[in-house]
Design a protein around this ligand. Structure first.
Ligand SMILES: Cc1cc2nc3c(=O)[nH]c(=O)nc-3n(C[C@H](O)[C@H](O)[C@H](O)COP(=O)(O)OP(=O)(O)OC[C@H]3O[C@@H](n4cnc5c(N)ncnc54)[C@H](O)[C@@H]3O)c2cc1C
Length: 136
């Protein structure tokens, strides 16, 4: 048995002045998405990149949110769509899920399952790369 409150965090703004939120504080996707830690690291990486590139702290914080928020929102939507699959409420649905998981090992089906559970692949995530060191 596992009993917990499952919640996502949605904030109108992620920063005020020079104070900024990262990780679950502004973008918790919940265990339904199962990638909150990676999302926290990814968002912090983007924040670092944008602060390094921007002419001011305010500009960096704004660019961080503009770039990373759509990725978070897609993951949160995907998690909400998958709620009934993740937490089946009847034994029939549970049996269906077991069957589905067996099929998901098949080539082609595996990709479809990954996309429907974790959201569409994102260009922002694909483009994450090494941060240039100052002066380079
Ligand atoms: C059941 C469950 C399963 C999960 N499974 C996965 C998974 O498989 N993969 C995955 O990637 N993610 C998973 N997650 C999500 C992941 O754990 C979180 O997204 C991640 O830990 C968020 O990191 P964070 O640093 O933003 O916040 P946290 O890890 O919550 O860190 C915040 C820290 O701040 C501390 N703190 C709070 N208030 C104060 C204060 N006033 N002063 C000082 N310190 C304070 C807290 O004690 C905590 O240590 C799961 C979460 C749950 C609940």
């Amino acid at each position: 048995m596992y009993y917990d409150h499952v919640a996502q965090v949605e904030m109108e703004r992620w920063s005020r002045g020079r104070t900024v939120l990262v990780g679950d504080a502004c973008q918790a996707v919940s265990l339904l998405a199962g990638q909150g830690a990676s999302m926290g690291v990814g968002g912090s990486f983007v924040l670092g990149e944008e602060l390094a590139r921007a002419g001011s702290v305010g500009e960096g914080l704004e660019r961080y949110e503009r770039r990373w928020r759509p990725v978070v929102e897609e993951r949160q939507r995907a998690a909400r769509r998958g709620t009934s699959w993740f937490l089946p409420t009847t034994s029939g649905r549970l049996r269906l899920r077991r069957l589905f998981l067996r099929w998901s090992a098949l080539p082609g089906v595996d990709r479809w399952v990954a996309t429907s559970l974790s959201g569409k692949p994102s260009r922002v995530v694909k483009d994450l790369g090494p941060v240039a060191s100052p002066g380079s």
